[in-house]
Design a protein around this ligand. Structure first.
Ligand code: NAI
Ligand code: MG
Length: 356
Protein backbone atom coordinates (compact mmCIF):
# COMPACT_ATOMS: atom_id res chain seq x y z
CA UNK A 1 0.00 0.00 0.00
CA UNK A 2 1.26 3.46 -0.83
CA UNK A 3 -0.03 6.64 0.68
CA UNK A 4 1.41 9.95 -0.44
CA UNK A 5 1.19 13.45 0.99
CA UNK A 6 0.54 15.83 -1.85
CA UNK A 7 0.76 19.62 -1.58
CA UNK A 8 -1.33 21.53 -4.09
CA UNK A 9 -0.82 25.21 -4.91
CA UNK A 10 -3.37 26.20 -7.53
CA UNK A 11 -2.24 29.85 -7.63
CA UNK A 12 -3.66 32.45 -9.98
CA UNK A 13 -5.44 32.98 -13.28
CA UNK A 14 -6.19 29.66 -14.97
CA UNK A 15 -4.14 27.87 -12.28
CA UNK A 16 -7.16 26.94 -10.13
CA UNK A 17 -9.19 25.93 -13.21
CA UNK A 18 -6.62 23.47 -14.55
CA UNK A 19 -5.53 22.23 -11.12
CA UNK A 20 -9.14 21.28 -10.28
CA UNK A 21 -9.07 18.94 -13.30
CA UNK A 22 -5.62 17.59 -12.44
CA UNK A 23 -6.79 16.76 -8.92
CA UNK A 24 -9.93 15.13 -10.24
CA UNK A 25 -7.91 12.86 -12.51
CA UNK A 26 -5.45 12.04 -9.73
CA UNK A 27 -8.25 11.12 -7.35
CA UNK A 28 -9.95 9.02 -10.02
CA UNK A 29 -6.82 7.07 -10.88
CA UNK A 30 -6.06 6.52 -7.19
CA UNK A 31 -9.61 5.27 -6.59
CA UNK A 32 -9.09 2.73 -9.38
CA UNK A 33 -5.69 1.57 -8.13
CA UNK A 34 -5.72 -0.81 -5.25
CA UNK A 35 -3.64 0.48 -2.36
CA UNK A 36 -2.89 3.90 -3.87
CA UNK A 37 -3.92 6.85 -1.72
CA UNK A 38 -3.26 10.58 -1.76
CA UNK A 39 -3.62 12.81 1.24
CA UNK A 40 -3.92 16.23 -0.36
CA UNK A 41 -3.40 19.60 1.28
CA UNK A 42 -4.33 22.68 -0.71
CA UNK A 43 -2.39 25.88 0.06
CA UNK A 44 -4.28 29.09 -0.82
CA UNK A 45 -1.16 31.03 -1.79
CA UNK A 46 -0.63 33.39 -4.69
CA UNK A 47 -1.73 36.88 -5.69
CA UNK A 48 -4.91 37.09 -3.55
CA UNK A 49 -2.84 35.98 -0.58
CA UNK A 50 -0.36 38.74 -1.50
CA UNK A 51 -3.10 41.37 -1.56
CA UNK A 52 -4.14 40.29 1.94
CA UNK A 53 -0.73 39.76 3.54
CA UNK A 54 1.93 41.43 1.39
CA UNK A 55 3.51 38.02 0.72
CA UNK A 56 2.89 35.37 -1.94
CA UNK A 57 3.15 32.68 0.72
CA UNK A 58 3.71 32.69 4.49
CA UNK A 59 7.23 33.18 5.81
CA UNK A 60 7.47 29.50 6.72
CA UNK A 61 5.66 28.45 3.51
CA UNK A 62 8.49 26.31 2.20
CA UNK A 63 8.79 24.70 5.64
CA UNK A 64 5.12 23.76 5.44
CA UNK A 65 5.71 22.09 2.08
CA UNK A 66 8.96 20.36 2.93
CA UNK A 67 7.39 17.26 4.46
CA UNK A 68 5.18 16.42 1.49
CA UNK A 69 6.06 13.80 -1.13
CA UNK A 70 5.40 16.07 -4.10
CA UNK A 71 3.96 19.46 -5.02
CA UNK A 72 1.37 20.05 -7.74
CA UNK A 73 1.54 23.67 -8.85
CA UNK A 74 -0.78 25.67 -11.13
CA UNK A 75 0.60 29.10 -12.03
CA UNK A 76 1.12 32.52 -10.51
CA UNK A 77 0.77 35.95 -12.02
CA UNK A 78 -1.61 38.87 -11.73
CA UNK A 79 -2.33 41.81 -14.00
CA UNK A 80 -2.04 44.20 -11.02
CA UNK A 81 1.14 42.81 -9.41
CA UNK A 82 4.56 42.99 -11.09
CA UNK A 83 5.63 39.58 -12.41
CA UNK A 84 8.96 39.60 -10.58
CA UNK A 85 7.03 39.83 -7.28
CA UNK A 86 4.72 36.94 -8.07
CA UNK A 87 7.37 34.61 -9.50
CA UNK A 88 10.12 35.54 -7.02
CA UNK A 89 7.60 35.30 -4.19
CA UNK A 90 6.86 31.63 -4.50
CA UNK A 91 7.88 29.66 -7.59
CA UNK A 92 11.56 30.47 -7.99
CA UNK A 93 12.30 30.27 -4.22
CA UNK A 94 10.66 26.84 -4.15
CA UNK A 95 12.78 25.57 -7.05
CA UNK A 96 15.91 26.81 -5.30
CA UNK A 97 15.10 25.87 -1.68
CA UNK A 98 14.04 22.36 -2.67
CA UNK A 99 16.99 22.11 -5.06
CA UNK A 100 14.68 21.18 -7.93
CA UNK A 101 17.63 21.41 -10.26
CA UNK A 102 16.41 19.18 -13.06
CA UNK A 103 13.48 20.55 -15.01
CA UNK A 104 12.09 18.11 -17.58
CA UNK A 105 9.75 19.34 -20.32
CA UNK A 106 8.61 16.88 -22.97
CA UNK A 107 7.10 18.16 -26.22
CA UNK A 108 5.43 15.58 -28.43
CA UNK A 109 3.19 16.01 -31.47
CA UNK A 110 0.42 13.54 -30.61
CA UNK A 111 -2.06 11.89 -32.97
CA UNK A 112 -5.13 14.12 -33.28
CA UNK A 113 -3.15 17.33 -32.71
CA UNK A 114 -2.23 19.72 -35.52
CA UNK A 115 1.07 21.57 -35.48
CA UNK A 116 0.98 25.19 -36.72
CA UNK A 117 4.09 24.25 -38.69
CA UNK A 118 2.98 22.93 -42.08
CA UNK A 119 3.84 19.40 -43.01
CA UNK A 120 4.48 18.01 -39.52
CA UNK A 121 2.59 14.82 -38.75
CA UNK A 122 1.87 13.07 -35.47
CA UNK A 123 4.96 11.33 -34.18
CA UNK A 124 7.32 13.58 -36.16
CA UNK A 125 8.15 15.68 -33.12
CA UNK A 126 9.16 13.91 -29.91
CA UNK A 127 11.67 15.88 -27.90
CA UNK A 128 12.38 16.71 -24.29
CA UNK A 129 13.98 19.84 -22.87
CA UNK A 130 16.26 19.63 -19.83
CA UNK A 131 16.28 23.01 -18.17
CA UNK A 132 18.76 24.04 -15.49
CA UNK A 133 16.35 25.18 -12.82
CA UNK A 134 18.16 26.66 -9.82
CA UNK A 135 20.74 29.17 -11.04
CA UNK A 136 21.86 30.66 -14.37
CA UNK A 137 20.14 33.84 -15.47
CA UNK A 138 17.38 33.48 -12.84
CA UNK A 139 19.66 33.69 -9.80
CA UNK A 140 18.55 36.75 -7.85
CA UNK A 141 22.03 38.24 -7.86
CA UNK A 142 22.44 41.88 -8.74
CA UNK A 143 21.41 45.29 -7.63
CA UNK A 144 20.29 48.73 -8.48
CA UNK A 145 22.43 51.73 -7.77
CA UNK A 146 21.45 55.41 -7.84
CA UNK A 147 17.84 54.69 -8.78
CA UNK A 148 15.98 57.52 -10.43
CA UNK A 149 19.14 59.48 -11.24
CA UNK A 150 20.93 59.91 -14.57
CA UNK A 151 23.57 57.54 -13.16
CA UNK A 152 21.10 54.75 -12.50
CA UNK A 153 23.03 51.49 -12.72
CA UNK A 154 21.53 48.03 -12.82
CA UNK A 155 23.40 44.75 -12.62
CA UNK A 156 21.83 41.31 -13.06
CA UNK A 157 24.36 38.53 -12.88
CA UNK A 158 24.20 35.05 -14.32
CA UNK A 159 25.39 32.31 -11.98
CA UNK A 160 26.82 29.12 -13.45
CA UNK A 161 28.38 26.62 -11.08
CA UNK A 162 30.19 23.46 -12.08
CA UNK A 163 27.81 21.48 -9.86
CA UNK A 164 24.69 22.98 -11.40
CA UNK A 165 25.92 22.88 -14.98
CA UNK A 166 27.31 19.37 -14.80
CA UNK A 167 24.29 17.81 -13.16
CA UNK A 168 21.74 19.15 -15.64
CA UNK A 169 23.94 18.08 -18.57
CA UNK A 170 24.54 14.64 -17.04
CA UNK A 171 20.82 14.24 -16.34
CA UNK A 172 20.11 15.03 -20.00
CA UNK A 173 22.57 12.36 -21.19
CA UNK A 174 21.25 9.78 -18.73
CA UNK A 175 17.71 10.46 -19.89
CA UNK A 176 18.75 10.27 -23.54
CA UNK A 177 20.26 6.82 -23.02
CA UNK A 178 17.19 5.61 -21.09
CA UNK A 179 14.54 6.91 -23.43
CA UNK A 180 15.87 5.23 -26.55
CA UNK A 181 14.83 7.99 -28.93
CA UNK A 182 16.99 9.52 -31.62
CA UNK A 183 19.97 9.18 -29.28
CA UNK A 184 21.05 12.81 -29.54
CA UNK A 185 21.69 15.53 -26.99
CA UNK A 186 21.67 19.13 -28.21
CA UNK A 187 23.28 21.74 -25.98
CA UNK A 188 22.03 25.29 -26.49
CA UNK A 189 24.17 28.27 -25.51
CA UNK A 190 25.23 31.70 -26.73
CA UNK A 191 28.95 31.31 -26.28
CA UNK A 192 29.81 33.62 -29.15
CA UNK A 193 28.49 36.52 -27.06
CA UNK A 194 28.48 35.32 -23.44
CA UNK A 195 32.10 34.39 -23.31
CA UNK A 196 32.33 33.40 -19.65
CA UNK A 197 29.23 31.50 -18.59
CA UNK A 198 28.39 29.90 -21.89
CA UNK A 199 31.97 29.03 -22.84
CA UNK A 200 32.18 27.31 -19.45
CA UNK A 201 28.90 25.48 -20.20
CA UNK A 202 30.32 24.29 -23.55
CA UNK A 203 33.42 22.94 -21.78
CA UNK A 204 31.36 21.04 -19.23
CA UNK A 205 29.14 19.72 -22.02
CA UNK A 206 32.21 18.35 -23.85
CA UNK A 207 33.52 16.76 -20.64
CA UNK A 208 30.24 15.03 -19.83
CA UNK A 209 29.68 14.00 -23.46
CA UNK A 210 32.98 12.11 -23.34
CA UNK A 211 31.35 9.74 -20.82
CA UNK A 212 28.62 8.91 -23.36
CA UNK A 213 30.45 8.09 -26.59
CA UNK A 214 27.40 6.22 -27.89
CA UNK A 215 25.27 9.40 -27.81
CA UNK A 216 25.35 11.84 -30.72
CA UNK A 217 25.93 15.43 -29.63
CA UNK A 218 25.31 18.84 -31.09
CA UNK A 219 25.84 22.43 -29.88
CA UNK A 220 23.67 25.23 -31.18
CA UNK A 221 23.55 28.94 -30.51
CA UNK A 222 20.21 29.83 -29.00
CA UNK A 223 18.98 32.00 -31.88
CA UNK A 224 19.73 29.23 -34.36
CA UNK A 225 18.12 26.69 -32.01
CA UNK A 226 14.93 28.78 -31.84
CA UNK A 227 14.78 28.80 -35.64
CA UNK A 228 15.47 25.07 -35.96
CA UNK A 229 12.82 24.23 -33.37
CA UNK A 230 10.30 25.85 -35.70
CA UNK A 231 11.53 24.58 -39.07
CA UNK A 232 12.99 21.17 -38.14
CA UNK A 233 11.50 20.20 -34.76
CA UNK A 234 11.74 16.54 -35.77
CA UNK A 235 15.55 16.73 -35.61
CA UNK A 236 15.63 17.17 -31.84
CA UNK A 237 15.73 14.47 -29.20
CA UNK A 238 17.05 15.80 -25.87
CA UNK A 239 17.82 19.51 -25.54
CA UNK A 240 19.80 20.82 -22.58
CA UNK A 241 20.03 24.52 -21.80
CA UNK A 242 20.30 27.16 -19.13
CA UNK A 243 17.37 28.41 -17.07
CA UNK A 244 16.47 31.32 -19.39
CA UNK A 245 17.18 29.69 -22.75
CA UNK A 246 15.30 26.51 -21.90
CA UNK A 247 12.39 28.59 -20.59
CA UNK A 248 12.08 30.34 -23.94
CA UNK A 249 12.63 27.18 -25.99
CA UNK A 250 9.90 25.40 -23.95
CA UNK A 251 7.23 27.81 -25.17
CA UNK A 252 8.38 27.38 -28.78
CA UNK A 253 8.38 23.58 -28.43
CA UNK A 254 4.93 23.73 -26.81
CA UNK A 255 3.27 25.67 -29.64
CA UNK A 256 5.05 23.71 -32.34
CA UNK A 257 3.54 20.55 -30.83
CA UNK A 258 0.04 22.02 -30.72
CA UNK A 259 -0.52 24.26 -27.71
CA UNK A 260 0.79 25.72 -24.48
CA UNK A 261 -2.12 23.82 -23.00
CA UNK A 262 -0.39 20.47 -23.63
CA UNK A 263 3.06 21.10 -22.15
CA UNK A 264 3.90 19.64 -18.72
CA UNK A 265 6.96 20.25 -16.55
CA UNK A 266 8.63 18.23 -13.81
CA UNK A 267 10.96 20.03 -11.40
CA UNK A 268 13.04 17.28 -9.86
CA UNK A 269 15.18 17.31 -6.74
CA UNK A 270 17.84 14.84 -7.88
CA UNK A 271 18.78 13.52 -4.43
CA UNK A 272 15.18 13.14 -3.31
CA UNK A 273 15.87 15.07 -0.10
CA UNK A 274 13.14 17.56 -0.86
CA UNK A 275 9.81 17.32 -2.65
CA UNK A 276 9.82 17.58 -6.42
CA UNK A 277 7.23 19.81 -8.09
CA UNK A 278 4.98 19.22 -11.10
CA UNK A 279 3.22 21.93 -13.09
CA UNK A 280 2.09 22.95 -16.55
CA UNK A 281 4.68 24.97 -18.50
CA UNK A 282 2.16 27.74 -19.06
CA UNK A 283 1.42 30.67 -16.79
CA UNK A 284 -1.70 32.36 -15.45
CA UNK A 285 -3.03 33.13 -18.98
CA UNK A 286 -5.00 36.29 -18.11
CA UNK A 287 -6.50 36.40 -21.60
CA UNK A 288 -8.57 33.26 -20.97
CA UNK A 289 -8.75 33.13 -17.15
CA UNK A 290 -12.16 32.69 -15.52
CA UNK A 291 -13.83 31.45 -18.70
CA UNK A 292 -13.61 27.70 -18.18
CA UNK A 293 -11.81 27.39 -21.51
CA UNK A 294 -8.20 26.70 -20.51
CA UNK A 295 -6.84 23.37 -21.65
CA UNK A 296 -6.27 21.22 -18.53
CA UNK A 297 -4.27 18.54 -20.35
CA UNK A 298 -0.85 20.09 -19.60
CA UNK A 299 -1.68 19.81 -15.91
CA UNK A 300 -3.03 16.29 -16.36
CA UNK A 301 0.20 15.29 -18.17
CA UNK A 302 2.05 16.84 -15.20
CA UNK A 303 -0.01 14.63 -12.88
CA UNK A 304 1.19 11.62 -14.90
CA UNK A 305 4.80 12.79 -14.48
CA UNK A 306 4.16 13.12 -10.73
CA UNK A 307 2.83 9.55 -10.56
CA UNK A 308 5.82 8.28 -12.55
CA UNK A 309 8.18 10.11 -10.21
CA UNK A 310 6.55 8.46 -7.19
CA UNK A 311 7.08 5.06 -8.83
CA UNK A 312 3.37 4.64 -9.65
CA UNK A 313 4.17 3.79 -13.25
CA UNK A 314 1.01 1.87 -14.01
CA UNK A 315 -1.22 4.72 -12.81
CA UNK A 316 0.91 7.18 -14.80
CA UNK A 317 0.50 5.11 -17.94
CA UNK A 318 -3.27 4.97 -17.46
CA UNK A 319 -3.47 8.76 -17.20
CA UNK A 320 -1.29 9.24 -20.29
CA UNK A 321 -3.32 6.70 -22.25
CA UNK A 322 -6.58 8.46 -21.36
CA UNK A 323 -5.19 11.84 -22.45
CA UNK A 324 -3.95 10.37 -25.73
CA UNK A 325 -7.43 8.99 -26.40
CA UNK A 326 -9.03 12.38 -25.74
CA UNK A 327 -6.61 13.95 -28.22
CA UNK A 328 -6.97 11.24 -30.83
CA UNK A 329 -10.78 11.15 -30.72
CA UNK A 330 -10.93 14.94 -31.20
CA UNK A 331 -14.44 15.16 -29.71
CA UNK A 332 -13.82 16.83 -26.35
CA UNK A 333 -11.15 19.47 -26.87
CA UNK A 334 -10.72 23.05 -25.70
CA UNK A 335 -10.53 26.01 -28.10
CA UNK A 336 -6.71 26.02 -28.32
CA UNK A 337 -6.96 22.61 -30.03
CA UNK A 338 -9.86 23.63 -32.25
CA UNK A 339 -12.65 22.31 -30.02
CA UNK A 340 -15.54 23.84 -28.12
CA UNK A 341 -15.36 21.89 -24.85
CA UNK A 342 -14.85 23.53 -21.48
CA UNK A 343 -11.93 22.94 -19.13
CA UNK A 344 -14.22 20.88 -16.95
CA UNK A 345 -15.60 18.77 -19.80
CA UNK A 346 -12.08 17.82 -20.87
CA UNK A 347 -11.24 16.80 -17.29
CA UNK A 348 -14.45 14.75 -17.09
CA UNK A 349 -13.63 13.05 -20.38
CA UNK A 350 -10.17 12.04 -19.17
CA UNK A 351 -11.74 10.59 -16.02
CA UNK A 352 -14.35 8.71 -18.11
CA UNK A 353 -11.64 7.21 -20.34
CA UNK A 354 -9.41 6.21 -17.43
CA UNK A 355 -11.45 3.12 -16.91
CA UNK A 356 -10.93 1.59 -20.33
P1 NAI B 1 0.98 32.20 -20.40
O1 NAI B 1 1.65 30.89 -20.49
O2 NAI B 1 0.14 32.45 -19.22
O3 NAI B 1 0.09 32.41 -21.71
C1 NAI B 1 0.65 32.41 -23.00
C2 NAI B 1 -0.43 32.16 -24.06
O4 NAI B 1 -0.76 30.76 -24.05
C3 NAI B 1 -1.73 32.91 -23.83
O5 NAI B 1 -2.27 33.29 -25.07
C4 NAI B 1 -2.61 31.89 -23.14
O6 NAI B 1 -3.98 32.09 -23.35
C5 NAI B 1 -2.14 30.59 -23.80
N1 NAI B 1 -2.30 29.47 -22.86
C6 NAI B 1 -1.56 29.24 -21.76
N2 NAI B 1 -2.01 28.18 -21.11
C7 NAI B 1 -3.05 27.71 -21.80
C8 NAI B 1 -3.95 26.63 -21.60
N3 NAI B 1 -3.84 25.79 -20.56
N4 NAI B 1 -4.95 26.45 -22.50
C9 NAI B 1 -5.06 27.25 -23.55
N5 NAI B 1 -4.24 28.30 -23.79
C10 NAI B 1 -3.26 28.53 -22.91
O7 NAI B 1 2.15 33.29 -20.54
P2 NAI B 1 2.11 34.89 -20.33
O8 NAI B 1 0.91 35.47 -20.99
O9 NAI B 1 3.45 35.35 -20.74
O10 NAI B 1 2.04 35.11 -18.76
C11 NAI B 1 0.86 35.42 -18.03
C12 NAI B 1 1.23 35.48 -16.56
O11 NAI B 1 1.64 34.21 -16.08
C13 NAI B 1 2.38 36.45 -16.23
O12 NAI B 1 2.09 37.06 -15.02
C14 NAI B 1 3.57 35.53 -16.08
O13 NAI B 1 4.57 36.04 -15.23
C15 NAI B 1 2.92 34.31 -15.47
N6 NAI B 1 3.65 33.07 -15.70
C16 NAI B 1 3.71 32.21 -14.66
C17 NAI B 1 4.30 30.99 -14.81
C18 NAI B 1 4.27 30.05 -13.67
O14 NAI B 1 3.67 30.34 -12.65
N7 NAI B 1 4.89 28.90 -13.79
C19 NAI B 1 4.90 30.58 -16.10
C20 NAI B 1 4.72 31.54 -17.15
C21 NAI B 1 4.14 32.75 -16.94
MG1 MG C 1 8.09 29.83 -19.15
Amino acid sequence: MAEYNLAVIAGDGIGPEVIAQGRKVLEAVAAQSEGLFFRTTEFPWGSDYYRETGRMMPEDGLGQLSACDAVLFGAVGDPDIPDHITLQGILLPMRRAFDQAICIRPAVLYPGVASPVAGKAAGDVDLVIFRENTEGEYAPVGGRLYPGTPHETVIQSGVFTRRGTERIIRAAFEHCVRRGGKNKVTSVTKSNAQAFSMVFWDEVFAEVAADYPQVQTESLLVDRAAMDLVRWPEDFDVIVASNLFADILSDIAAVVTGSMGLAPSANINPEGRFPSMFEPVHGAAFDIAGRNQANPLATIFAVAMLLEHLGETEAAQRVNAAVLRVLNERITLTADLGGTASTQQVGDEVVRLLGG
